[in-house]
Design a protein around this ligand. Structure first.
Ligand code: ADP
Ligand code: BMX
Length: 294
């Protein structure tokens, strides 16, 4: 597994040079949420050059948003990436990088990487769940990654939670993302009158003993636990690999486990941390099968 990988999330854009499955150079900038697709790809290209992009490198992009079978890229939550204009990402990126570029959803990429090299190895029915700017995911059932022609399969953050009362940027009411995601955690803190920049500040307040912060984080974890139980019911998922800036934050998985314990055993998948951490998306961007899919 070698080449240059890009990970465009709702908060950060990361690039890595990967050699034989190891990250050997990396660079990161903040995501420009209101940039057009063409501007996003230009930002990715500029960052790729910072990790020494060479004309012989394979390049893989993993992006938030859905990428359909034809390579068209659209936001599902249009508050996170607000200006994507239904472009053919595969074609656009291949032009800008002057080579064939593979493209897929960020959570799908991490799903593949965790299944092949990380915490998903050997699982008969695994889900990857990222709790980050949004809530996303992917599945591998019987060794086969689950995909849909419209690129929406795996977008579990847009399933509903009994804890949620608001609409998220997908237009749906009461989604898991609207209560559990980083953006939702920060928004709830602001509504309660705490001037936070992002979810990280809420975690800091929780660790410093802020009960209000603990409540917000607990609602997030409870919504994710309910979603894990739903995945057990819908797809027979027996292992959930948890990633993302929030998913990997200290103490968060414990809160999910606490809520999962209230579910009947049949609906309690094993919950494990993503072994590849934040590198899963980058590694997965290069795992993607190949151009035969295009
Ligand atoms: P992206 O969504 O761009 O892929 P991340 O996976 O880092 O990026 O998720 C970003 C979200 O995670 C933000 O809401 C940020 O506040 C939060 N976050 C990042 N690191 C931490 C941390 N150590 N503790 C708590 N929250 C974190
Ligand atoms: C949202 C959705 C997914 C994405 C997931 C995690 C958009 C823009 N994003 O559910 O496509 O995989 O967030 O993304 O529609 P991240 O930004 O939190 O890493």
């Amino acid at each position: 597994l070698s080449g240059v990988a890009l990970d465009l999330g709702g908060t950060k854009l990361a690039a890595a040079r990967i050699a034989q499955g190891e990250v050997v150079a990396r660079a990161q900038v903040a995501t420009r949420g209101s940039a057009s697709a063409a501007e996003q790809v230009r930002d990715m290209h500029a960052l790729a050059r910072k990790v020494g992009l060479d004309s012989s490198d394979r390049v893989g992009l993993a992006v938030a948003g859905r990428v359909d079978a034809g390579g068209i890229w659209r936001a599902v939550n249009t508050e996170t990436l607000s200006n994507l204009d239904d472009v053919d990402l595969r074609q656009l990126a291949s032009e800008v990088f002057a080579r064939f570029v593979t493209v897929l959803n960020d959570a799908q990429a991490a799903t593949l990487a965790e299944f092949h090299f990380g915490s998903g190895q050997g699982s008969a029915a695994m889900a990857y769940v990222t709790v980050s700017t949004g809530v996303g995911g992917g599945f591998v059932i019987g060794g086969v990654p689950v995909r849909s022609p419209n690129g929406l399969a795996g977008h579990i953050g847009f399933s509903t939670s009994r804890l949620a009362t608001r609409r998220c940027g997908s237009g749906r009411m009461g989604t898991v993302e609207s209560v559990a995601a980083g953006r939702a955690i920060a928004a709830e803190a602001r509504r309660m009158g705490y001037p936070v920049d992002d979810a990280r500040d809420v975690f800091d307040a929780w660790r410093a003993g802020g009960e209000w912060a603990g409540q917000i984080i607990d609602s997030s974890a409870a919504a994710v636990a309910g979603m894990c139980a739903d995945l057990a019911a819908i797809l027979g998922i027996d292992r959930v690999v948890l990633g993302g800036g929030i998913g990997l934050a200290e103490g968060y998985a414990e809160r999910i486990r606490h809520h999962l314990d209230a579910e009947p055993p049949l609906f309690r998948p094993q919950l494990v941390g993503a072994e590849l951490g934040q590198d899963g998306v980058l590694l997965g961007a290069l795992v993607q099968p190949d151009r035969s899919e295009s």
